[in-house]
Design a binder for this molecule. Structure first.
Ligand code: SAM
Length: 222
């Protein structure tokens, strides 16, 4: 039976990859990439020469039929995303769903665990993690305020992903809605400009306003 390995890759620091992930990336017939240019940087660092195939272009999953055909013919694949664990708030999820939908039990789906921004951020947050709600990316417009209100009222820790362009707007909105809980913002984890901001919404906004707002963010609210 052909195998589809879901391989976690670094969220910044290229040393954050498991020995098993490196072996699988070497052994499979194809590495399926969200963006081949991003994955090639990792593959080149570890001198991995496996053929790559992109599955995501122009904001769409492409080549599903080709991938399914190759799996049917007995080829093994490693699915990677640009960073972290494929399928967690990235297009890998849709591809896995489609492969399972068509091939059902005739393909083995195997996890090769490793980094994920959500777990990395939670692990250093110092906030309760026995129960948490992960929102992935919040909607940009419609329904956003309702979710922010839900986060303010949650009994459990809330976590979401945010981009450079929206981080200040989202935090300002939480301030406007009267958030009083502790906030932890993890920026650029494992990278050169890694920074963790902790405090009330007023305190973190003050720190963020003083810094250059650039990079990738995970926001955690107690
Ligand atoms: N599948 C990935 C994972 O397992 O973490 C998440 C992919 S999602 C498309 C990308 C988002 O994850 C970014 O916009 C950011 O919110 C978060 N993220 C990824 N890398 C990060 C990092 N090094 N530091 C902080 N947040 C990060």
């Amino acid at each position: 039976m052909s195998k589809l390995y879901i391989v976690a890759t670094p969220i910044g620091n290229l040393e954050d990859i498991t020995l098993r992930a490196l072996r699988i990336l070497k052994e499979v017939d194809f590495v399926l990439c969200e963006d081949t240019r991003v994955t090639k940087v990792l593959l080149n660092k570890y001198e991995i020469k496996t053929a790559t195939l992109s599955y995501f272009q122009h904001s769409k999953i492409t080549k599903v039929n080709k991938i399914i055909d190759l799996l049917k013919k007995g080829n093994d694949f490693a699915l990677v995303s640009d960073a972290g664990t494929p399928g967690i708030s990235d297009p890998g999820n849709k591809l896995i769903e489609q492969v399972i939908g068509v091939l059902k039990n005739s393909v083995e789906i195997i996890t090769i665990p490793g980094p994920s921004a959500v777990v990395s951020a939670l692990s250093i947050s110092g906030l309760p993690t026995d129960k948490f709600i992960f929102y992935g990316f919040l909607p940009h417009k419609k329904g956003k305020e309702k979710i922010l209100q839900e986060i303010i009222n949650n009994k459990f820790t809330s976590v979401f992903y945010e981009s450079t362009h929206r981080i200040l707007k989202t935090l300002n909105k939480l301030q406007e809605l009267g958030l009083t809980k502790q906030v932890v913002i993890c920026r650029e984890l494992t990278k050169k400009f890694e920074t963790v901001y902790r405090g009330t919404i007023d305190e973190v906004l003050k720190q963020l306003n003083n810094d250059t707002i650039k990079g990738e963010f995970v926001v955690i609210i107690n």
